[in-house]
Every structure is written in structure tokens, then in C-alpha cells.
Ligand binder design. Structure first.
Ligand SMILES: *Cc1c(COP(=O)(O)O)cnc(C)c1O
Length: 374
């Protein structure tokens, strides 16, 4: 087989019809308003609020700054228990807030923080649990809330992969104190760059809004050491068009997911990750697990390389673990002895190209490459 002529990337952002984006921009030009809670921002915030059934929502210029503000708004300090199997931003926001990340191992099937292993990591300094709904698979939210209640801890979820996810019939962001969504172009719903915090306590709204705007209360009063986390009108305008495409994209991805599952059924060493029951799929990623043969990651890496040679770009997501980065490797909870499951999983996962316009023909060719390399 010949390599793909054009590269097949792991994802492809949604692009609305340019004419429609122009129309949005025309009203921005008329309003002469580019940032600071303008009309497009307000419209998108209201639309998203109902779209993901949020009780309270604040938009941001990106997900990482949103998470920074989440940590600040809950006045966290000391130590926070978190997962090493995540994107760098999850842990970096703790470091930027002078908080020590305490790494907890993950659950072997859900790949999210293992609630059984949280309590032994709690010390007098622990103030919160920060966990990620990996690939949109919900964390063990009830068990985590129980632990938090018993120890007086806050709970923040990195829900960057869980746009529209519902668990046991409830929107995912109803669980925990604050959830962060990212609207980066690699995410299903995006605003070019952007993000949001969703939270249950309406009393948090005021503090979060101050924190994302330098702590400015009015022309003469600055009451908090805030940051610039505001989403601008151009981003919000894009979001207003992209949101219209999400349902159809999810429907297309549902079929692509099924296509992969059917095609991969004959490749015994490559096992698609499934959603737990009671969970709606966000269709953010399509990931498989490939058990190692003789050395950690050997089979997964061979498939990754074979795809790459053929101009197909899959992603070892998440590899390496955050606890393996030089900036965190020295911390006491980074040892692979403490993180057995996470270490194994990070050597076995692979996210395959997954976007609405991926053709079935291309999928078949991708699976053939995988089959040949297995
Ligand atoms: C994308 C992502 C982020 C970062 O969001 P940005 O909007 O790019 O800042 C954080 N955590 C996870 C799990 C992500 O996938």
C-alpha cells in the first residue's frame, strides 16, 4: 500500500461557513466592541449555558487560564491530589499557584484518578482533588465527592474532553465544585482558543468574574490580584457558528467510532476504549489500548511508527505521564512504584484519527496499517 498522499491528522477542527462568520463579524464591526463582556460574549455564554445545561458559567480566553482561576477562586493552597495521566496544563496550574501536586494512580479501566488510592495521600496540607475526565470518561465522581466531604476538600474537574457529557442523566459539570472546559481547536467545540468554568455555587460567580478581569471592581477599585482571562468578541463570534455544527459532527463521529470498532474486531491486540454505562459519549477522541509484548510500549510504538510512515498521525495521549516531566519527576509521589497503572496505561494508549470528515475508505486503510504492524 502507498502512504497517504495528504497527511491524516489525529483531528480536524470544525470550520463554519466563512460567509456566516463574516456575518457575525459585521455586527462586531458595527458595535465597535472587541472585548470585555461584549454582545457576542454574552450571546455565546447564554447559548453554552443551556447547551451544556450549566448552572453557572464563565467564559475564558483559554482552558488553562480558566483552570488557574478555578484554583484561585477556591483559595486552594498547600497540596492538591491529582492524576499524572492528563495534559500538562492540569498539573501546571497547580505549580503556577505554588501548590504541590500529589500524584495519585489511575483506575485500570476508566483511566481516571483511582478513588481507592486517594485517601492514603491526604495530609494536613491537602486542600483539593483535581481530576480529569480522560477522553470524556467520567471520573468516579460519587466516590470522589464522598472522600472530599469526609476530609473537607474541594473538587475540580478538568472536563476539557467532556463537552456535553452526561453521567447518570446529569450534566458532567454538576459533579464537583468547578469544571473546566477547553475550547481549543483540537476540541470538539471550539472558539479558536477559549475555555469556560462551570460551577454550582452562584456565589462563586462574582469572584470568578473579578479574577478573570484583573480584579477590577470599578473605575477606582481593584480588589483582587486577578489575571486577564477574558474571551474576546472574535473568539465568541466563531463559537456562535461552531456551536451550530457540534450535533452533526458528533453524529458523524458516532458512525466513525462504530466503523473503527467493527474494523478493529479482527485485530485482537488492539482494544478500543469503551464508555462506562450511564455515560453519554462526547466523541472527543477515539482511543485504543495495545498491550505491550516484551518491553513497555513496544507494540503501541510499532503501530504509531507504521502509521507515521504512511502519513497518518495518531497520538500517544497521554505519554509520557506528567509525573515523568523533569519539572515533576523529583516529587515523592512521582515514582513509578506509586503509579503502576498509570505507567502501564501510558505505554498502551493510542488515539486514532477521529473527525467527522474522515472517510470509511481512509478508516479501512488506517486499520490495515494497524493490522500489518500488529
Ligand atoms: C486541551 C486541554 C487542556 C488545555 O486547554 P487550553 O484551552 O488549550 O488551555 C487542559 N486539559 C486537558 C485534559 C486538555 O485536553
Amino acid at each position: 500500500m502507498e502512504p497517504f498522499e495528504k497527511p491524516i491528522m489525529v483531528t480536524r477542527p470544525l470550520f463554519p461557513d466563512l460567509e456566516r462568520y463574516y456575518a457575525q463579524l459585521e455586527s462586531v464591526w458595527e458595535s465597535k466592541w472587541l472585548s470585555n463582556n461584549g454582545p457576542k460574549h454574552k450571546e455565546l455564554e447564554a447559548k453554552l449555558k443551556s447547551y451544556i445545561k450549566a448552572t453557572n458559567i464563565s467564559l475564558f480566553n483559554n482552558g488553562t487560564i480558566a483552570l488557574m482561576v478555578a484554583v484561585q477562586s477556591l483559595r486552594l493552597q498547600g497540596e492538591v491530589i491529582t492524576t499524572p495521566f492528563t495534559f500538562p496544563a492540569t498539573t501546571h496550574v497547580l505549580a503556577w499557584n505554588n501548590i504541590t501536586p500529589v500524584f495519585c494512580d489511575i483506575h485500570p479501566e476508566r483511566l481516571t484518578i483511582d478513588p481507592q488510592k486517594i485517601e492514603s495521600l491526604i495530609t494536613a496540607k491537602t486542600t483539593a482533588i483535581l481530576a480529569t475526565h480522560v477522553y470524556g470518561i467520567p471520573c468516579h465522581v460519587e466516590e470522589i465527592q464522598d472522600i472530599a466531604n469526609r476530609h473537607g476538600l474541594k473538587v475540580i474537574y478538568d472536563a476539557a474532553h467532556a463537552f456535553t457529557t452526561e453521567y447518570k442523566g446529569r450534566p458532567i459539570a454538576e459533579y464537583g465544585d468547578i469544571s473546566m472546559f477547553s475550547f481549543h481547536p483540537t476540541k470538539l467545540f471550539h472558539t479558536g482558543e477559549g475555555g469556560a468554568l462551570v460551577y454550582n455555587d452562584p456565589n462563586l460567580k462574582e469572584r470568578i468574574e473579578y479574577l478573570k478581569n484583573f480584579g477590577i471592581k470599578n473605575e477606582e477599585e481593584v480588589i483582587l490580584p486577578g489575571i486577564n482571562g477574558k474571551m474576546g468578541e472574535l473568539q465568541a463570534s466563531l463559537g456562535l457558528e461552531v456551536i451550530e455544527l457540534v450535533l452533526e459532527e458528533q453524529e458523524k463521529r458516532r458512525k466513525i467510532r462504530k466503523g473503527y470498532i467493527d474494523l478493529l474486531a479482527s485485530v485482537k491486540t488492539v482494544v478500543p476504549l469503551l464508555m462506562p454505562s450511564d455515560t453519554t459519549n462526547s466523541y472527543q477522541y477515539f482511543c485504543v489500548r495495545i498491550e505491550s509484548s516484551t518491553t513497555p510500549g513496544d507494540r503501541r510504538n510499532k503501530i504509531f511508527d507504521a502509521l507515521k510512515v504512511n502519513n497518518v498521525f495518531s497520538r500517544k495521549y497521554f505519554y509520557p505521564l506528567v509525573s515523568e516531566y523533569p519539572c515533576y519527576k523529583g516529587s515523592p509521589t512521582s515514582s513509578s512504584g506509586n503509579l503502576k497503572e498509570a505507567t502501564e496505561v501510558s505505554n498502551e494508549v493510542l488515539c486514532l484519527p477521529f473527525y467527522g470528515d474522515l472517510s470509511f475508505e481512509d478508516q479501512k486503510a488506517i486499520v490495515r496499517i494497524i493490522e500489518d504492524a500488529s
